[in-house]
Unconditional design. Structure first.
Length: 293
């Protein structure tokens, strides 16, 4: 499997966008069966460049994350990245995860601070662990053997009270410590991405900054997601979602067209690729990719 930094370099040389997806570890056997028997084959059919698998709040899905990444790489020959968080882990436990990842042939890690167990409350540093994701980036880089990604927030991290530019400067520090690329949180106004990217570039950031896009599938769902992560729903988008109401089919069709418009604008503005938050579903993401290609 390739390093993701090399995938982006190859795509840039070929003057094309890198396409990637994010999955979460299913909670049930049926969910895992659907992921591997239905969702993955549909998504692989549009020839993605790589994918990633999340790490549950508090590190609750560590073994599942590595197992799913391993299985994706073996069954689909698709480069896959494992998320890794600081939550609930000592440095030794994090080293153990990295050792297991290496044993399984996993070469790409998304280094994150992570959410507290249950996704609620304030982050608490584990004794013997790390408080900030920048420390985890340094830890992985010093160990060697992995390509390292990190998360960026075009509107600023919800927990950063000092303002978005302070948050962006901390992201630049993570790149300086060894991150090879940045994947952004979801957003709905491309101006937020370009402002974020231009700030980082102006401050010397030379790694790929990959926009994360979620095709809307229901109005209620996207309100819940944005409330959790702090992303803003532009007034025009909110007005349309209110008009659609509880009609999920209409919301999904609208979400496809909105994501197509977003992706085309991002790529025209020089984004190196698109990372899709597909929520373990294929339909909307596949349609968006076909339309932007």
């Amino acid at each position: 499997m390739e390093f993701i930094r090399d995938i982006h370099a190859r795509c840039k040389a070929a003057n094309r966008a890198a396409i990637s997806f994010e999955f979460f570890p299913p909670k049930t056997e049926e969910g895992e069966r659907n992921l591997f028997e239905k969702t993955l084959p549909e998504l692989v059919s549009v020839k993605p460049d790589y994918c990633s698998v999340t790490y549950g709040a508090g590190g609750s899905t560590r073994d599942k994350t590595l197992g799913i990444v391993d299985r994706i790489q073996k069954e689909h020959q698709l480069t896959a990245m494992a998320h890794l968080t600081c939550v609930g882990s000592t440095q030794q436990q994090l080293a153990d995860v990295l050792n297991e990842a290496e044993r399984r042939g996993i070469r790409n890690i998304l280094a994150l601070r992570g959410d507290p167990p249950g996704g609620q409350g304030e982050f608490q540093k584990t004794e013997g662990g790390f408080e900030f994701s920048a420390e985890l980036v340094s830890f992985i880089r010093q160990r060697g053997g992995f390509c390292i990604g990190t998360a960026g927030f075009p509107e600023g991290h919800i927990a950063c009270k000092e303002g978005r530019e302070v948050d962006w400067s901390r992201l630049k520090a993570k790149v300086d410590r060894g991150a090879d690329f940045v994947v952004t949180q979801l957003f709905f106004d491309n101006a937020d991405y370009f402002r974020f990217r231009d700030y980082l570039v102006a401050h010397g950031c030379r790694v790929p900054i990959i926009p994360g896009i979620i095709p809307i599938v229901s109005a209620g769902q996207i309100r819940r997601f944005t409330a959790m992560c702090g992303a803003r729903i532009p007034a025009s988008l909110l007005s349309e979602l209110e008009r659609i109401g509880d009609n999920d089919e209409a919301a999904a069709q609208f979400g496809i067209e909105y994501a197509v418009t977003q992706c085309k604008g991002l790529l025209a503005g020089g984004a190196p690729g698109i990372h899709f938050y597909c929520l373990n579903k294929a339909r909307s993401t596949v349609q968006v990719i076909k339309k932007i290609r």
